[in-house]
Design a protein around this ligand. Structure first.
Ligand SMILES: *[C@@H]1O[C@H](CO)[C@@H](O)[C@H](O)[C@H]1NC(C)=O
Ligand SMILES: *[C@@H]1O[C@H](CO)[C@@H](O)[C@H](O)[C@H]1NC(C)=O
Ligand SMILES: *[C@@H]1O[C@H](CO)[C@@H](O)[C@H](O)[C@H]1NC(C)=O
Ligand SMILES: *[C@@H]1O[C@H](CO)[C@@H](O)[C@H](O)[C@H]1NC(C)=O
Ligand SMILES: *[C@@H]1O[C@H](CO)[C@@H](O)[C@H](O)[C@H]1NC(C)=O
Ligand SMILES: *[C@@H]1O[C@H](CO)[C@@H](O)[C@H](O)[C@H]1NC(C)=O
Ligand SMILES: *[C@@H]1O[C@H](CO)[C@@H](O)[C@H](O)[C@H]1NC(C)=O
Ligand SMILES: *[C@@H]1O[C@H](CO)[C@@H](O)[C@H](O)[C@H]1NC(C)=O
Length: 442
């Protein structure tokens, strides 16, 4: 160990001497930019003449050493432990480059590559810059604010807001918040307050990377709500804000409960998936010109009302158009239909009451007598009465009975309550006698 240290000391002294000797050939710093979490090569070369001593430092911190023809980790700072290596088989050719694995924000800085051979010593410097590219910018819109967010970015990007048609610059006063996570990456959130009428403007936010090599644009338009009578074709407009080369388009509809995909298209494969085949149409030729409007051929009030979202996703852009659509039932046919429905349901109800009184009630009463005699274990053709539970053997339907005798009167109240629900009526009838006959509203 003492031997090694003396050798290093000797080499350092020698290096100082030779630096003085070779000061004329001092090389300019190299600049290297790597992507956070990637592996990164810090280049360094020397004139190969026999054995070599290589030391990599970051400022004064030992990063990696090589002498006696092998890697030496004794002095390595633990920040770099397990993440460094040289290209050992290339060293005889004068390659002293350092491979630094899984680079972090903290690795940023100026590195020194020191090499020493019989012919002299050399120092080279490498500036390591790091970046985490913008992966996604999301744009959210509330009644008062538009917010753009991007996660895991480094270094801090610039944020620029704009609208189409243009707004007065002062109405785009933004407040940008930057937060740093434990890895040193930024979450950037920028907000502008909405002033005036929102529905006629598209908001754009651009995130520009610090080195200006990357621009990510998120944009959004919340269109005016549409109220439309059912049965008539409806076109919901969605225009791309600028020409897109490679893009995908999706249309979704959301109710408060869930979001459902309607259609998606990918310009690279020219493949369209339409889950509303026969109900919705999109013109592929117009789409390639940036018009992704959706045509509902015969909109239906219940099925087709909701919030429609059209999303154009490009290479580094995303444009969203949102439209609330309310398909109303045609006013005349509403009354007709509901009148018809109520006539049929009251007729059917009356028939069922009649049926219950004439057929079912006497049968139930007879059944009660039978049960009273056979207690405690009572069976009948349709139901098994056990622990006060009346069960139909062919269905999972059951309801609780406090007293066996209470069943029939209970049924009639249940029938009233479920007047409109044919399935409910059906089940309560079944629970007295499984083969009572079918009753359904058509
Ligand atoms: C490296 O970057 C610095 C500024 O950061 C610049 O002054 C220098 O000229 C660059 N070196 C090379 C070799 O490009
Ligand atoms: C050293 O070798 C590695 C691996 O082949 C290569 O990536 C690097 O560019 C080389 N560096 C120099 C300075 O030759
Ligand atoms: C938003 O904020 C940034 C920095 O805070 C500023 O450079 C920019 O001009 C502001 N305004 C707009 C309209 O983007
Ligand atoms: C917004 O503008 C549109 C058209 O410019 C207009 O039809 C609509 O009534 C306006 N809405 C409000 C809330 O002012
Ligand atoms: C578009 O996608 C194709 C196929 O994936 C690719 O070859 C082309 O470079 C892309 N163009 C742009 C502008 O990204
Ligand atoms: C849809 O329009 C009808 C008639 O204008 C209205 O009664 C109803 O509340 C609207 N529904 C929604 C969800 O806005
Ligand atoms: C009730 O189930 C039995 C056997 O599980 C079957 O034989 C009978 O046909 C079924 N009755 C009805 C009405 O489904
Ligand atoms: C149920 O109905 C069938 C056929 O109508 C009848 O044979 C059976 O006796 C009835 N069971 C009871 C308990 O009423």
């Amino acid at each position: 160990m003492a031997e090694t240290q003396r050798l290093i000391l000797m080499l350092l002294i020698l290096s100082g001497k030779s630096l003085w000797t070779y000061s004329k050939v001092l090389l300019p710093d190299l600049n290297v930019t790597c992507i956070i979490q990637d592996d990164c090569v810090l280049p360094c070369s020397f004139r190969p003449t026999g054995t070599v001593v290589i030391h990599w430092y970051k400022q004064q911190i030992p990063v990696h050493s090589y002498y006696y023809r092998k890697d030496q980790f004794g002095l390595q700072n633990k920040h770099f432990s397990g993440r460094t290596s040289l290209f050992n088989s290339h060293i005889p050719q004068g390659n002293a480059s350092l491979l630094l694995k899984r680079v972090k924000v903290q690795d940023k800085g100026r590195y020194k590559c020191y090499t020493s051979t019989r012919k002299g010593n050399q120092e080279m410097f490498v500036n390591l810059e790091l970046k985490a590219p913008i992966q996604l910018v999301t744009l959210e819109m509330s009644d008062e604010m538009v917010t753009c967010t991007s996660h895991n970015v480094y270094p801090m990007p610039q944020v620029i807001w704009a609208t189409e048609p243009p707004s007065a610059q002062e109405s785009l006063e933004n407040s940008t918040i930057r937060t740093t996570d434990h890895k040193g990456l930024f979450t950037v959130e920028s907000m502008v307050r909405i002033v005036g009428n929102l529905s006629d403007r598209t908001y754009f936010c651009s995130f520009i990377s610090a080195d200006r090599s990357q621009v990510w644009i998120a944009s959004r338009k919340n269109q005016e709500d549409i109220t439309h009578e059912e049965g008539h074709p409806l076109s919901i407009s969605c225009m791309a804000p600028h020409s897109l080369l490679n893009f995908s388009l999706t249309w979704t509809i959301s109710s408060p409960a869930e979001q459902t995909l309607i259609l998606k298209y990918d310009s690279r494969t020219e493949h369209m998936v339409n889950l509303w085949e026969g109900q919705a149409v999109l013109d592929q030729d117009l789409l390639l010109q940036g018009d992704g409007s959706l045509l509902l051929t015969k909109p239906d009030g219940e099925e087709h009302s909701g919030t429609y979202t059209c999303t154009f996703s490009g290479l580094q852009s995303r444009h969203i158009v949102q439209t609330k659509v309310n398909i109303t039932v045609a006013s005349i046919s509403v009354d007709e239909k509901s009148q018809q429905r109520s006539w049929w349901s009251s007729a059917a109800s009356a028939a069922f009451v009649l049926f219950t009184v004439i057929v079912a009630l006497p049968q139930c009463l007879r059944q009660r007598d039978l049960e009273a005699r056979k207690a405690p274990h009572r069976y009948n053709g349709a139901g098994l009465v056990e622990d006060g539970l009346c069960k139909d053997p062919n269905s999972s339907a059951s309801f609780k009975v406090e007293k066996p005798g209470a069943r029939c009167s209970r049924q009639s109240t249940q029938f009233k309550a479920q007047d409109e629900q044919s399935s409910g009526v059906h089940r309560s009838a079944e629970s007295c006698n499984g083969t009572l006959g079918t009753y359904s509203e058509n």
